[in-house]
Each structure stands twice: as C-alpha cells, then as structure tokens.
Write a protein that binds this ligand. Sequence first.
Ligand code: ADP
Length: 482
Amino acid sequence: MLDLNDPSLLTGSALIGGAFVPGDRVFTVTNPATGAELAEVADLGVEGIRAAIDAAHGAQKPWAARTGKDRAAILRRWHDLIMANQEDLALILTAEMGKPLAEARGEIAYGASYVEWFAEEAKRVYGDTIPGHMPDKRIIVLKQPVGVVGAITPWNFPNAMLARKIAPALAAGCTMVARPSELTPLSALALGVLADRAGIPAGVLNIVPGLDAAGMGAELCADPRVAKITFTGSTRVGKILMRQGADTIKKLSLELGGNAPFIVFDDADLDAAVEGAMAAKFRNAGQTCVCANRIYVQAGVHDAFVEKLAATVAALKVGDGMADGVTTGPLINAAALAKVEDHVANARAHGATVATGGTRHALGGTFFQPTVLSGMTPAMKIAREETFGPVAPIWRFETEDEVIDLANASEFGLAGYFYARDLSRVWRVAEALEVGMVGVNTGLISTELAPFGGVKQSGLGREGSHYGIEDYLEIKYVCMSV
Ligand code: ADP
C-alpha cells in the first residue's frame, strides 16, 4: 500500500454537493507499473452526473454573489493545502499513472500554480466603460460567470489538467461538475478532499468518477443547466462533445491532440537542442499533448544530432516511477503500448532506421524502450498521428521553406519548437508555424503565466495567464440612459 502521511487523501468516494459518496457500484484502479490494485472507486455514471449538476446549479448563484476577494481567499487556502500535501499527492499520482515521482511532484506544483494564479485573478475581473453613442447614453461592460461548467479530463496529467480548469472556473464564480479519467480518478478525488478542507462550499466543486465515459459526457452536454464544457483529451472525443453540445449551444474550451514539430536548424546550439528534445519528447514517457512528435533536423547537423540524441536517450532509466533515478515509467495501458509498437513497426516497414531502442522493454508489462528513429518519411503514421510514447522520429530537411511546409502539414496545431540563432529566422519561423504555442530554443513551454492552447484541430480557448479566465466569463453590455 502507499505510505502516505495523510491516508485520508486516498479515497474512492465521489464529491457531490459537499458529501463524499462511496457509490453502490465500484471499479478498481490499478498501478500501471506493477498491476497492483490501488483502490476501489465509486462508479457513479449518469445518475451521479445528474446529482452533481443539481448540486452545482444550486450552489452557483450564491458562489458568484461572493466577492472576488472572498473566492480568492478560499482558492488560496486550497493552493496552500495542495502544496502542504505535495508529497502524498505525488505518490498517489505516480501510483495510478506511472510517471516518475520527481515528475509527479513537479505536476502537483504545476497544478497548484494555476490555483494560485487564478486566486489572484479572481480579484481582477475588470469590465469596461465605453463612451456612449448618444449624449444621454452610457455603455458599461460587465463580466459575469458563465454558470455551471462540466469538465472532462485525461489520465496523463491527472492533477494538473483538472486543477487548471477548476481554478479559473471557481475564480470567475462558476461551479463545476468534473469527471476525471477512469484510469486516474484518485488524484482528482484527493484534490476534492483538500478543496473541502479549504472551505470550498458544498456543490461548488463536484467530482464524479465512473466507467461510462460516453454516457456521462453526453449527460453533461445535454443538460441545459450546464453552460459550458471544458475538455482535455483526444481530438476524436473533442469532436463528439462539440456535436453533442450543439443542441444546447454549449460554450467550449477544448485542449485536444497535438503532433508537435521540433525543428533543429544548422545554426542551432546542438547540445541545447538535444536537451530541449529530451524534455519535449521524453517527459512523461512521451505521453503529453505538447510532446515533440516530429523532429526535423537540417542536413548540416543531422547526423551529429541523431548521434547525440541517441546517446542521451540510451542513458534513460526505465522502471517503476517510485524507484530512485527512474526517468521513464510505463505506458498507461496495453492499448498505448500497442499503438507505440505499431508506429515503430510502420516506420521500420517504410525504411526508418532504429538508432536506439525500438522494442518493448525487458521489464515487460507496458514498459517500452526509449527509442530514436531516423530516415523518417511523410508516408509514415508518425508523420500524421500522435504517438504518445517514448519514440523520437527524425526527418532530414534542407531548407527553411521546406521544413515550414512539413511542420504545417498537420491537422493539429498545438505546440511547435525550433532551435536557431539567426534573429530574422527566429521571427520568421515563429510567425509561420501554425500552432498556438512556440518554444524557441526551449523544449519546456508550460507555465500558468502563459496562454496554453491550440489552433486548427488542437482545440478552442486558452488555459492560464490573464486570458485564461475569459473562457469562464460572459460579457454583458448595459446601456444606460442618464
Ligand atoms: P486519451 O487519448 O488522452 O485517453 P480521450 O479523449 O480518450 O483521450 O480521453 C480523455 C477523457 O475523455 C477521459 O476522461 C475519457 O474517459 C473521456 N472520454 C472518452 N470517451 C468519451 C466520450 N465519448 N464522451 C465523453 N468523455 C469521453
């Protein structure tokens, strides 16, 4: 069992209307590194979503009526409790999701940073006054919470993807019904325990786990009392939610798939580019939506880059994320492993060369060897689909124009990275990439201070920064005759 300082943080009970609900039915959450059973979790399904919408609907107006300062103080307490329990939350996260404990600690701090940021923003929801269009008219613009928000979150960042939705929603005066991934509900439920302790009122935050993802999502979309859906996950499911939300004109924030290009130009600092590629590709075993998925290296530095990257990747330590020094945990499940294997096999069949790795890891289970492939071509699956695994595929290119075309030849547009030193090129390429976020000479771009989000089929809306709270606010214009 997990050795937690506060064992009450490990719970399988839902949080609905301020009550912890164990549920009549349960499902089991397992550790992907060991297969061990971690906890039985309430399987609440559509009924649970309905009860939570009732609670969130009842709590919304009183919550919105509080001052921003009041909501800020409560969110700040929640932030402090999250950080005070960082180690326990990280242990729960690694146990249910598999990432190395150091990364899990980082994720807890990252999630908490959004709570801190939006606690501060709660006090700064400013409107406008606009000069009137007639001598006796005054125009005032108010910002008001959208209402009840339904949140659906994935397993790859089970804490942070939820924290960065809850924080702006609650800061704005919205209430929330959250459905975490059935693979990783424990991190979400632990956040719920701390939210309750922080004094977030009953019904303001509801967390409803369950196996029936499609049914629960459909219920959130169908209920007219839910004003907005915020979702992080695949483009496939994002499209389903968009269709389902059409009947009630749901507002949508969608953080969907990516297929990030990572470009290394001839004038790049090669060591820095290797370091950036490691961070952008191999963090979380390659299971992030901003992971570098297509690495393009200019001909003059191609061979040197492949050699350096392969040597660095070969030194990664694969294993149970709880063990010291492990840099790469297991993949989340057998389906994820099968996809990675399929992408590698498909690349090899089309002529790719394996510089390191290339097969399952000797540890068995869902462990895969960190892999570098070269000789990639546009016909390969990896060129079009997100791999979501520890595989770095490298393409050789000749000119800037060529690589911009290659990079933009994707239906996705979340993140893009490039390494270059020529200032004019830096501007040109940053402006030309069809993505929502660009890392220039860095492989790490996520921070609560900046707007996170994508273009094209990577999504709608932004999370983080002063823009992030706008996703949870309506504009109301008041015309006053004086
Ligand atoms: P991933 O590839 O990251 O698992 P998914 O889009 O499949 O992405 O999953 C993201 C979240 O969406 C998870 O919580 C999952 O349970 C949920 N989900 C999956 N299918 C649906 C659906 N049809 N409607 C609503 N939510 C869904």
